[in-house]
Ligand binder design. Structure first.
Ligand code: NIG
Length: 414
């Protein structure tokens, strides 16, 4: 084992979910964490010595959640809109404008504090890696400060200048196209050094196919990864565009025909394809059909589960809620749902293998418990992952390690 720092032996693991094809799901297991990485995984009887030991008392251990789709740089609250929706009003993308106004009016300190509050809430719920997006600024200055606030607070930052044609620009004809020119031109140029990827809300009421393509092609020309919000509110061109342009993920995917499901599956033939990211809490909160995760998996697509935490359509950081919904309502097995919410998210962020960041830092892979991976683990107050769906709504997190540091629970044995 390479010496990366202080080592901790975690024993008493009743059930270990590794997401590793060879290690699989183990009983009576032990894990050694060294510095920020996993150094060893095996049977409890074979465990090597370490600097300290933590016994988790027969509980289940699994990778920390990888939440690959959130919108955490915002201010304000949309309770009234939520209440109206529960009373029967349909969700429309126009609600985004309310958050844009509140975000523009907020100080950097207030935006950072809100992001920290939500990231901390997520961490206490077992989320050890998260992506977040800009998209509530929609001017060069407000998108730039959103990206700067997110960088360093999230594992991945996505530029979403194409979230909505903002107030002050007519949302049709020449004005919308002029806004797209700004997003694909000066706004992208300003924000690019601070982000990993570029996303577009490709939907009726937001951006059409040619407009979305323009932004994504400009991002690709700068070497940035691509994402698409697609097929959320109805059938649309998002999935086809995402696959054609080699996007890392297309997210929402609630309205898919058989051809689109097949396209997503085929995108993985012969290389890295496009992850279909399902957002069950958003589907419920907008009273939309649940995305067809079962059909996607049966066809051979790669699926991720994420929260889409934002103040409009999905105000939750709970990956456990999303996993339980995927099992109870979307027809996934608990193993499939946990894999989609951990390794699936890592694949959607292109973080399932070691990578070198733009600033030269070596990034450890996420989403698996195996030697060499970032030591991101959660311990459930339960004997197996099945309890995540069997006991929905119950806060089951007992302890969390993030990059080797015990951030929730986890007391060493003296
Ligand atoms: O992913 N669909 C677009 N964007 C967000 C919603 C943002 C909002 O309503 O504030 C989403 O659901």
């Amino acid at each position: 084992m390479a010496d990366r720092g202080r080592s901790t032996l975690i024993t008493g693991i009743g059930e270990l979910t590794t997401n590793d094809d060879e290690l699989g799901r183990m009983r009576d297991a032990a894990v050694v964490v060294e510095g920020d990485a996993i150094a060893w995984v095996g049977g409890a009887a074979d465990a090597p010595a370490a600097d300290e030991r933590v016994d988790v008392g027969g509980r289940a251990v699994l990778p920390g959640w990888v939440d690959s789709h959130t919108h955490l740089v915002f201010a304000g609250d949309r309770t009234a809109e939520f209440e109206a929706r529960m009373a029967g009003q349909a969700y429309a993308a126009g609600g985004i404008a309310q958050t844009v106004a509140a975000t523009r009016a907020a100080s950097d300190t207030a935006l950072a504090a809100n992001l920290d509050r939500l990231a901390d809430e997520a961490l206490r719920g077992g989320t050890t890696a998260l992506e977040t997006k800009t998209g509530y600024g929609l001017t060069i200055a407000d998108e730039l400060r959103s990206a700067r606030i997110a960088a360093g607070r999230a594992d991945a930052v996505t530029f979403l200048g194409a979230h909505l044609v903002p107030p002050g620009w007519a949302d049709d004809g020449a004005d919308a196209d002029a806004y797209v020119d700004l997003v694909a031109g000066d706004m992208l140029a300003a924000v690019a050094p601070h982000v990993d990827a570029v996303d577009v809300f490709c939907e009726r009421g937001a951006f059409d196919e040619p407009q979305s393509r323009r932004v994504l092609e400009a991002a690709r020309a700068r070497g940035l990864a691509l994402r698409v919000h697609g097929n959320q509110l109805g059938p649309g061109p998002g999935v086809r565009l995402a696959v054609e342009l080699g996007a890392l993920s297309v997210d929402h995917v609630a309205f898919l025909d058989d051809e689109e499901v097949a396209l997503l599956a085929e995108s993985w033939h012969g290389g890295r394809g496009t992850v279909a990211t399902v957002l069950p809490a958003c589907d419920l909160s907008t009273r939309m059909p649940l995305a067809p995760a079962r059909r996607l998996l049966d066809a051979g697509a790669v699926v991720a589960i994420a929260t889409n935490c934002n103040p409009g359509t999905s105000y939750t950081t709970s990956m456990a809620f999303c996993v339980a919904t995927a099992v109870l309502q979307m027809g996934l097995s608990i193993e499939e749902a946990v894999r989609a919410a951990t390794l699936g998210g890592a694949v959607a962020l292109d973080r399932d293998a070691p990578r070198i960041a733009a600033d030269g830092r070596a990034l450890l892979p996420l989403g698996r418990i195996r030697p060499g991976a970032r030591a991101d683990l959660q311990v459930l107050d339960a004997p197996s992952i099945t309890h995540l769906a069997y006991r929905p709504g119950v806060p089951l997190v007992h302890a969390v390690w993030r990059a080797g540091s015990p951030v929730v629970g986890a007391r060493p044995i003296p």
